[in-house]
Design a protein around this ligand. Sequence first.
Ligand SMILES: [Ca+2]
Length: 332
Amino acid sequence: MRERCFGKIFNYVILCMSLVSGKDADTNLITKLEGVLKTNMSSVAFNWTSENAVDGNVGPDPEQCLCCSGTTYNTISWWTVDLGKKYPIEKATIYSRETENKFGQLQGFQLFLRNSSEQTNQLYYDDSTTTETNTSVFDIFLSNVLARYLTIQKAGILTICEIEVFEGDCMIGTFGEECSKQCHCADNRICDRFTGQCSTPVCKIGWIGTACDTKCEVDAFGENCGEKCYCAGNTTCTIDYGICPDNCRKGYFGTHCNKVCPDGAFGTNCNDKCFCDGNGTCSKDEGICPGACLAGYMGVHCNIAEKEDKLNLLLVIGVSAGGGVLVIVAIV
Ligand SMILES: [Ca+2]
């Protein structure tokens, strides 16, 4: 039970507060979904129709109250309710008819749940395997199973005076209608059943928002998405620790590719150097100097030493084989 009651007002109104989930205390979905849910059963005895098990009247004498659902005798008899949507279910309470011990029209039943019409029924409770007897009210705890359909079945005659289905909390990390949305709270803390607000206002690294359900934008990572990475090409880093899959973008280096190359360095992993004139430094990506090269250097990136350059460009233009004249041209 997740609710706490703090006192009485005028001796009859009890003020209760939900501690974590935001749901109303002990919400009976059968009451909440009146007019929405649909019931059905395998056969109808007398006029004890399937709706009688959800009319709010627990009986217990079906002949007096006309408030119970009852089948005729069949090999397998069943009663089912469709809640319309999936809900996390904390508990189901099933009320038998008066003198159940004499008639045995509920004992030995099985409870099945499923969350879609396509899914096959999943068995969640089998009364035939319990040793408890002389029971007229069955409380079945379901650990917040997400389900839309509940089916009760047994061999022979099935009579149910009332069923109550109590809404629970979504599993950790989920919230919203049908628990279909995901929250990413730090330390796997729970979030509000409806709004997704984390119980502590801290998200897992890489997520932001009240419900911590918004991923860091591209190239952002870390706590509150407060850091930025610069990966090569069209790649981006992981949202938590900011790791690039390959190289850094030209002009950046470091574990997260978020450090700018120091002055005088450029290119992939800042491995190339430039030598610009004066206080100028080249662009960090392509290594272009804003003005002239430093004296003694030349080239697009001002990283070719002129002396070296002269040697490199000393070209043997040709050799005259016939005249035996060797022509050497030095381009300075
Ligand atoms: Ca009833």
